[in-house]
Structures are given as C-alpha cells and as structure tokens.
Design a protein around this ligand. Structure first.
Ligand code: PRP
Length: 210
C-alpha cells in the first residue's frame, strides 16, 4: 500500500487529478464527504487529506510515503525528506514587505513579524543583520500598520493583500511552488511505485509548460 498525504484544499484536488492520471485512481475521494482517508486496494494506494502545513510531518515520520508540500513549509521546517519534483504550480514568493514610507536604519535591530521565523532568521543571518522576530500565526500584514514590527516576512501571491493594506515588497527572499516529497525509507522500499508516480507527474508538469 502506498500512502499519500494530500494538502487539503484546491491545490490538493489538482494534485489528486495528477495522481489519477498517473494510474493511481481512487474514485471514492471525489464523493463529497467529511472523510479524510480513502483507499483503493486494487491499485494499492491510500490517500489522506491533511492540513497543507502538516504534509511534511506525515512524510518525514513515515505515516505517508509521499506527499505534496509547498517549498515555504520545506524551508521553514527543514524536514528530513527527499524533494523529488517541482510541480510548477502553487507559485508565489517569500518576501519582505513594509509600509510605503518605511526607511530602514541598519544600526537599529529590525523588528520582523512573520509566520516563517526560520526562513526570516536564515535570510537576515545571511545578510548579517540583527533582528527581533515576532512570531505570529496569521494576518501578518497588520503588524507594521500597528507598529508591532518594522517589516513582515510573508508569502506574496497576487500582491492584493499587501496593496490593500498599504504595504509593498522591499525584498524577494525566494520563489515558492509545490513540491513532491518522499519519506527516505519509503523511497528505498517502495521505489517502483514512487518512481512511476514521479515520472508521470514530471511528464504532466512538462506538458503543461510546453
Ligand atoms: C497568505 C499570505 C498573505 C496572502 C498573500 O495568507 O500570508 O496574507 O496569502 O496573497 P496575495 O498576495 O494573493 O494577496 P493565507 O491566505 O495563507 O492566510 P494567513 O493569514 O493565515 O497567512
């Protein structure tokens, strides 16, 4: 049985479509229900819907053999997994943003609000900049407006959230997209199935980019 962790939501449905095309269908998953686990014994596959930010944990600990996670989560938690493929969707970027009139004073410790503390720490360490991290769980854009922080480190997709809150990108840290990931032991012991899926997903990704 190949265990696959899918990120719950629109992205996950797209991912399932690709797995189906790869020959690992499981029709019951399309029935509207609140069930979280779906199996197709004949095809030897079991899918489960998990919170997108939890996919890497399931895969790292072997509860799932493979899964799809955003590069942001992989950079933030640095799970001990194999990253097999860039799926080329779920594209956005990790960026620093600030109020339009913000002028940085490099002699002062920079106050950074973020959900991605590890990414922010690594980024500013690479610049040799002293920072004070303010870890938040969402609605990060409010922090500079209320004076809680000088800047934010967050995901920017369309840029609408920043614009509507009078913030702007000041630096781009890294581009983000969805990645196929595998548990290290599963990659060895279930190599045939994982290889078949990786190849099919790679082909489907290329076809879309042609
Ligand atoms: C993310 C991110 C921004 C927004 C960016 O939030 O934190 O707030 O999307 O998208 P945009 O550039 O298209 O406006 P998410 O929806 O994940 O919710 P969050 O508040 O929990 O971070």
């Amino acid at each position: 049985m190949l265990n696959v962790a899918l990120p719950k939501g629109r992205l996950g449905e797209k991912v399932y479509d690709m797995f189906e095309k790869a020959g690992f269908e499981c029709p019951s998953i399309r029935e509207n229900s609140r069930k979280l686990i779906f199996e197709n014994f004949e095809k030897g596959v079991r899918y489960f819907w998990v919170k997108p930010s939890d996919v890497a944990i399931y895969v790292e600990r072997g509860a799932a053999d493979i899964g799809v996670a955003g590069k942001d989560i992989l950079l933030e938690y640095e799970p001990d997994i194999y990253e097999l493929l860039d799926l080329g969707f779920g594209k956005c970027k990790m960026a620093v943003a600030a109020k339009k009139d913000f002028r940085d004073n490099p002699r002062r410790t920079l106050k950074v609000a973020t959900k991605f503390s590890n990414i922010a720490k690594n980024y500013y360490a690479s610049l040799g900049r002293d920072i004070d991290i303010i870890h938040l769980n969402g609605s990060i854009e409010i922090a500079p407006i209320l004076g809680l922080s000088d800047v934010i480190v967050d995901i920017v997709e369309t840029g609408t959230t920043l614009k509507e809150n009078n913030l702007e990108v000041t630096e781009t840290i890294v581009p983000i997209s969805a990645r196929l990931i595998a548990n290290k032991a599963s990659f060895k012991f279930k190599s045939d199935e994982i290889e078949k899926i990786t190849e099919s997903l790679a082909r489907q990704t290329e076809d879309k980019n042609d």
